[in-house]
Design a protein around this ligand. Structure first.
Ligand code: KIV
Length: 265
C-alpha cells in the first residue's frame, strides 16, 4: 500500500461488536491497543494492563474480523526485560490472543526484542515518538521530537525499528515535518497519530473517533461521530419507560406458545 500510495486506515477495537463494525467499514488494520487500560478500564495510563487482559481482548476482537489485519499491543513489562521474554510473550499473544502481529514501544532500546520476534516468524509493528508506557519518563502525554536533538533521536529510533525487521511503525505525537521526513526515509509504512497528514496511514482510538467521552478532545483527535449524547438519550428513555411501565409493550412479550407477537416467530 505504501508503494502504491494508498493510505492505510488503522483503528483500535477492544471487543467483538466494535471489531465487526470496524472490519465492515473497511479498516485495513485493527489494533487491540493497551489504551484499553484507559478507555475500557478507566485507568489514568496504560501501565497496569496485563498480558492476560491483552490476550482476552485480542480473542474477542479476532472473532469480529473477517478481513482486517489484527495487531495486539505488548503491555508494559512484557518485553522490556529481555529479547527472550519479548519472544515468549509475543508468542502468547499469537497463540492465546489470535494476534497476526504484535506492537511494542521504543526504538533503539527495543531493537533486540523486535529482531527476536521477527526471526521467530512473528510480525512486529514498532512505535516511536510519544510512547505512552514511558509517560512518567516524559512527565506527561507531551509532544516528542521538538528541536534538532530530539528529532534526531526519533529518527535513529525509527531506523533501528526498521532495521530490526518491523513491517510498519506507529509515529505518535511528533511534529508533522519530522513525520514527513521519517515517512520518506523509511521503506516500511508509517502510521501516524498526532503526526500530521504525510504519514502512510493513520490510527485513532475507536472511542475517540466515535465521541464516547465528551470531555476528552485532544488536538489530534477528530470526532467522526458524537455517540455520547445519543447513548445518554437512549439510556434515559429506557429508564423512563421501565419506570413508567410502558416497556416492555405487547410486541416485546411472549405468549404461552413462546411466540413473539410482532414477528410471529
Ligand atoms: O494503545 C493504543 O491504542 C495505541 C495507539 C493509539 C497507537 O498504541
Amino acid at each position: 500500500m505504501k508503494s502504491a500510495g494508498e493510505k492505510i486506515a488503522m483503528v483500535t477495537a477492544y471487543d467483538f461488536a466494535m471489531a465487526k463494525l470496524m472490519d465492515a467499514a473497511g479498516a485495513d488494520m485493527v489494533l487491540v491497543g493497551d489504551s484499553l487500560g484507559m478507555v475500557v478500564q478507566g485507568q489514568p495510563d496504560t501501565l497496569r494492563v496485563t498480558l492476560e487482559e491483552m490476550a482476552y481482548h485480542g480473542r474477542c476482537v479476532a472473532r469480529g474480523l473477517s478481513r482486517a489485519h489484527l495487531t495486539i499491543d505488548m503491555p508494559f513489562m512484557s518485553y522490556q526485560v529481555s529479547a527472550t521474554q519479548a519472544l515468549q510473550n509475543a508468542g502468547r499473544l499469537v497463540q492465546e490472543g489470535m494476534a497476526q502481529a504484535v506492537k511494542l514501544e521504543g526504538g533503539v532500546r527495543s531493537a533486540e526484542a523486535i529482531r527476536a520476534c521477527v526471526e521467530a516468524g512473528i510480525p512486529v509493528v514498532g512505535h516511536v515518538g510519544l510512547t505512552p508506557q514511558s509517560v512518567h519518563a516524559f512527565g506527561g502525554f507531551k509532544v516528542q521530537g521538538r528541536g534538532d536533538a530530539a528529532a534526531e533521536r526519533i529518527m535513529a529510533d525509527a531506523l533501528a525499528v526498521e532495521e530490526a525487521g518491523a513491517f510498519c511503525i506507529v509515529l505518535e505525537m511528533i511534529p508533522a515535518d519530522l513525520a514527513a521526513k521519517l515517512t520518506e526515509r523509511l521503506t516500511i509504512p508509517t502510521i501516524g497519530i498526532g503526526a500530521g497528514a504525510e504519514c502512510d496511514g493513520q490510527v485513532l482510538v475507536c472511542n475517540d473517533l466515535l465521541g464516547f467521552d465528551a470531555s476528552f478532545k485532544p488536538r489530534f483527535v477528530k470526532r467522526f461521530a458524537e455517540v455520547a449524547p445519543t447513548i445518554d438519550a437512549a439510556a434515559r428513555a429506557y429508564v423512563a419507560e421501565v419506570k413508567a411501565g410502558t416497556f416492555p409493550a405487547a410486541e416485546h412479550t411472549f405468549d404461552g406458545g413462546g411466540r413473539l407477537y410482532s414477528s410471529g416467530k
